[in-house]
Design a protein around this ligand. Structure first.
Ligand SMILES: [Zn+2]
Length: 410
């Protein structure tokens, strides 16, 4: 296979190194990758010629000549990220260096018989609108479910009503672009690996709170996917067999307590004196309803403050269990629910610290800023990470992304 010769692998390794640790000199690249200086000089010359690397500032050195550092060109490529939800799509156009060039939102019914055709049509209409600039490398799709192989892209997502939906295959055929499909929390972890914690940590957890509860495990610099792409279903950690019913069919899962529907049910029970889970209030906008609870709590409603603190404590205990098992360096909390994090935190912190294994009690839990396009940015990162993915986790579609990057530049 011409596209995967030694030179291609080495070029990818150089991009991977610079894309994940930032600019380095040629001699630093040679040392890190155990390559000869001549090889590094030759391959970086090609990458500069392709417009993928650029020479940056001179790094001062003790004695001798100062070394010229090389960095990845942020405008060498772009990707479209798509987040699929139960009622709409968010699309975002992102450059190789993570800069967001544009975003779009459109209603979408995943249960419609032609849902995938409509999804493809939404992507096509955005592709037609793209401004001049970096070449489009591919499309990343984030879904709230499990994806057996991100390059094949067959999705199982109960909340979308998808059993074995051939998302990747159908979109690729229709769009004639590389398409990578992945669980949405794993996609966020890919973005963290590329632009966030991955620059300084090789082992970290990403937790998401919002409608559901999710986790992604980054172990030794890679997102751990499990045997069938289902790793990280933290929301279905059993908490209480007598607990409220969960969307997965079981009872008392973590998500049934601390997902938005669980929070609303707990608030309803506390304010009306009913048993939790007996009559969950129906709402078409659970995240909006939780935001309203947040306003009530910040306004001084002690009952609602207690609901958030209790949810925080349940999440804190469960998170301690996950940390004890996985042993990450840091935990990053993301998702729509982080808007109310100060309310969660009062319950979360003591419950977490009390349950952590000795020696890990000082682990840092960091909450990052969040906006409506964050999920879609994660999906774009699936594509943007592949030029830096020396291990080839994205398979054939990743190879096609790299071919487009090099083809566009040469
Ligand atoms: Zn469940």
């Amino acid at each position: 296979m011409a596209g995967t010769d030694r030179g291609d692998l080495t070029r990818t390794a150089i991009l991977a190194l610079l894309g994940t640790v930032g600019p380095l000199s040629r001699s630093e690249i040679a040392r890190e990758l155990d390559l000869s200086p001549a090889t590094v000089t030759q391959l970086t010359k090609e990458l500069i010629g392709h417009g993928m690397l650029e020479e940056l500032d001179l790094k001062p050195s003790r004695g001798g000549r100062p070394a010229q550092r090389l960095g990845v060109v942020g405008s060498a490529g772009r990707a479209l990220g798509v987040k699929v939800t139960a009622d709409h799509l968010v699309l975002v156009d992102v450059r190789l260096d993570g800069e967001v060039l544009g975003s779009w939102e459109t209603p979408h019914d995943p249960a419609a018989p032609d849902a995938l055709d409509r999804l493809a049509a939404a992507v096509e209409s955005v592709v037609r609108e793209l401004s001049a600039g970096p070449p489009l490398l591919g499309v990343g799709v984030g879904v709230p479910g499990s994806v057996e192989d991100q390059a094949v892209g067959t999705v199982r997502a109960p909340t979308l009503g998808w059993q074995a939906m051939p998302v990747g295959e159908r979109l690729r055929r229709r769009l004639d672009l590389p398409v990578l499909v992945e669980n949405d929390v794993n996609a966020l972890a890919a973005a963290e690996r590329l632009y966030g914690r991955g620059r300084t940590h090789r082992d970290f957890l990403v937790l998401t709170i919002g409608r559901g509860v999710g986790a992604a495990i980054v172990a030794d610099g890679r997102v751990y996917r499990g045997a069938r792409g289902g790793a990280g279903e933290f929301g279905h950690l059993p908490v209480d067999p007598q607990g409220p019913p969960c969307g997965c069919g079981a009872r008392g899962c973590l998500e049934a307590f601390v997902g938005s529907a669980g929070l609303l049910a707990a608030a309803h029970a506390r304010t009306t004196g009913r048993t939790p889970g007996t009559e969950p209030p129906a709402t078409r906008d659970p995240l909006g309803a939780v935001a309203a609870l947040g306003r009530a709590a910040r306004g001084g409603d002690a009952d609602i403050r207690a609901v958030f603190a209790e949810a925080g404590a349940i999440l804190g205990r469960a998170t301690a269990g996950l940390i004890n098992v996985v042993d990450p360096e840091v935990v990053v909390v993301l998702g729509e629910g982080t808007a109310e994090w100060p309310l969660w935190r009062t319950g979360f912190e003591p419950a977490l610290r009390a349950q952590l294994y000795p020696g890990r009690r000082d682990i840092s839990v960091e909450v990052e800023s969040w906006d409506d396009t964050s999920w879609a940015q994660g999906a774009a990162a699936l594509v943007l990470a592949t030029p830096f993915d020396a291990a080839g986790a994205a398979g054939e579609q990743g190879r096609l992304v790299r071919a487009r990057l090099i083809g566009a530049a040469s």
